[in-house]
Design a protein around this ligand. Structure first.
Ligand code: UD1
Length: 419
C-alpha cells in the first residue's frame, strides 16, 4: 500500500489538463456490451475503477485490450450474465451492468454493489425501474437475479434523481420494445455523455441533461470509438487545491458551467476566477473568507463529490462555514483525519460546522474514501510541515497521476511504497 509524503506550504502555479471523467467512463464500460461489435473508449484515465470494470467485462467473456489510454472492448464472444461477488463489491458502478446485461442476455446476476463507504447506498430505484421495463427480480444467496423474456418500454418516474438509476434505465431501455419516458431523471453532465455514446452506437435517446429523458428502443446497436467528457470533479479538486495553497492555476478541458456551483462558492471565498471556453483560471491571494453555507444537491447544485475538498478549504478560511451533506448519510468520515491536522470541525448528523483556523499542521492521516482522501491531500498541501497520507487505494480509484499533476504545479508531494 502506497502513501503520499507532502511538504505543505508551496503556492501552485501553472496549467493542468483534466483526465476523462471517472463517472462518464464507468457507465461506458457497461454500455460496451450492448453491441457485439468492438467499442473503443479513448483517453481512459488510469484509475483502478476502470481496471475493475475491465475485469468484470473479461469475466463475462469479453476481450478487453488497453492500447495506451485507449481501451477496446470486443464482446462478440461474451457468454456470461453472471458477475462474481468479489468483483461486484469492488465498485459501485458494477450496478450498471444490470441494465446492459439485461439488454444483451435478458438475464443478469450480480451481488449488491460496493464502492466508497459513504452511506447506505440502496439500489431500490434501479430495481423498481427495471421491474417497470418487464424484468422479474429475485434474490438468492446474496445475489440479485434478474430475468425477462423481453424488455418493454415504459413510463418511469424516479422519486429521486439518482445518477446510477438514470444511467441503468438508459442501458436497459435502449433496445426495449417501444418507447420509454423517464421523468425525474438526474441531470448530471455524465448522463449527457452516456446519451451521446448510445446515440453514436445507433440509439435514439433524447433529453439527457433535463429531467425528462426519452428512449425509443432500437433493434440493433453498432460499435463506436468515443472520447468521454473531462472530469469536472478532478477540475474542482485542483481549483480547490490552488484556493487553499494560493497561487494561480488554469484547469483545461472542463466546461465552466459543469462546475458552476463550485465556481460561485470559490468567488464567495475571495478567489478570482476567469473562464474561457473549456479553461478555468483561478487566482488565490491572502487569507480567504469562509463560505457561510454549502449544501450538496443533485446537479446543477453543489456536488457531493466536492464536499470533502471544500470543507478542507474552509478549515483555513476566515470565519465559519456550515456544510450540509444531503446525498450520503456518512460522508464526513474524513473529518477526524482533518482534526489531526488542527482543523476545528464539529459534525452533527448531516451537518459539519467549520471554524476557520489560520493554518493546519502536518500529520499522519488515512485516506478512507476517494473524495475524503483527496480532501486530506489538499489540506496537507496547504498545511505547515510534512504530512503523510496513508492508503492510496481509494484515491487511485478516481484520480490518475494525482501527484505528478500536483508536482507540475509546484507542490512537494512524493508517492512512497510502504512494504
Ligand atoms: C453517482 C456517482 C457518485 C456521486 C453520486 C451523486 C458514479 C459512478 N458515481 O453515484 O460519484 O457521488 O452519483 O452525485 O457516477 N439512492 C437510493 N436508491 C437508489 C439509488 C440511489 O435511495 O436506488 C440514493 C442514494 O443512497 C443517495 C442518492 O440517492 O442518497 C444519490 O445516489 P445516486 O445519484 O444514485 O448516486 P450513485 O449513482 O451511486
Amino acid at each position: 500500500m502506497d502513501k503520499y509524503m507532502i511538504d505543505g506550504g508551496r503556492r501552485l502555479f501553472g496549467s493542468v489538463r483534466m483526465q476523462s471523467a471517472k463517472n462518464a467512463v464507468l457507465p461506458l464500460f457497461a454500455a460496451s456490451i450492448l453491441t457485439e461489435q468492438p467499442v473503443t473508449i479513448r483517453d481512459t484515465p488510469a484509475i483502478s475503477d476502470a481496471l475493475c470494470m475491465a475485469q468484470i467485462l473479461r469475466e463475462l467473456g469479453a476481450d478487453v485490450r488497453f492500447h495506451g489510454s485507449d481501451v477496446t472492448i470486443d464482446s462478440a464472444n461474451a457468454y456470461s450474465h453472471k458477475i462474481s461477488s468479489a468483483l461486484t463489491k469492488e465498485l459501485r458502478s458494477s450496478v450498471f451492468m444490470l441494465g446492459s446485461l439485461l439488454t444483451r442476455f435478458h438475464r443478469a446476476r450480480i451481488a449488491y454493489p460496493g464502492g466508497c463507504d459513504i452511506g447506505l447506498r440502496p439500489i431500490d430505484l434501479h430495481l423498481n425501474a427495471l421491474k417497470r421495463l418487464g424484468v422479474d427480480i429475485s434474490e438468492r444467496d446474496g445475489y440479485i437475479l434478474c430475468r425477462c423474456d423481453k424488455l418493454r418500454g415504459a413510463e418511469i418516474l424516479l422519486d429521486f434523481p439518482s445518477v446510477g438509476a438514470t444511467e441503468n434505465i438508459l442501458l436497459a431501455a435502449i433496445k426495449a420494445e417501444g418507447k420509454t419516458v423517464l421523468q425525474g431523471a438526474a441531470k448530471e453532465p455524465e448522463i449527457v455523455d452516456l446519451q451521446n455514446f448510445l446515440n453514436a452506437m445507433g440509439g435514439k435517446v433524447s433529453g439527457a441533461g433535463t429531467d425528462v429523458i426519452e428512449i425509443e428502443g432500437v433493434s440493433a446497436l453498432k460499435g463506436v470509438a468515443y472520447k468521454p467528457a473531462k472530469d469536472r470533479i478532478e477540475a474542482g479538486t485542483f481549483l480547490i487545491a490552488a484556493a487553499i495553497c494560493g497561487g494561480e492555476i488554469e484547469v483545461c478541458g472542463v466546461k465552466p458551467e459543469n462546475i458552476g456551483s463550485l465556481l460561485h462558492k470559490l468567488r464567495e471565498n475571495g478567489c478570482k476566477i476567469h473562464t474561457k471556453n473549456d479553461k478555468i483560471r483561478l487566482e488565490s491571494n491572502g487569507r480567504l473568507k469562509c463560505n457561510r453555507r454549502i449544501e450538496t444537491l443533485p446537479f446543477p447544485g453543489f456536488p457531493t463529490d466536492l464536499q470533502a475538498q471544500v470543507t478542507a478549504l474552509n478549515c483555513t478560511c476566515e470565519g465559519g462555514a456550515l456544510v450540509v451533506e444531503n446525498l450520503f448519510e456518512t460522508r464526513f468520515k474524513y473529518v477526524p483525519e482533518l482534526q489531526k491536522m488542527g482543523a476545528d470541525i464539529e459534525v452533527k448528523g448531516r451537518n459539519a460546522f467549520v471554524r476557520g483556523v489560520p493554518r493546519l499542521h502536518g500529520a499522519s492521516v488515512v485516506a478512507g474514501d476517494l473524495r475524503g482522501g483527496a480532501a486530506l491531500v489538499l489540506a496537507a498541501l496547504g498545511a505547515e510541515g510534512v504530512s503523510e497520507v496513508l492508503d492510496l487505494s481509494h484515491i487511485d480509484r478516481g484520480y490518475s497521476d494525482l501527484q505528478e499533476k500536483l508536482k507540475s504545479l509546484g507542490a512537494e508531494i512524493k508517492r512512497v511504497r510502504v512494504s
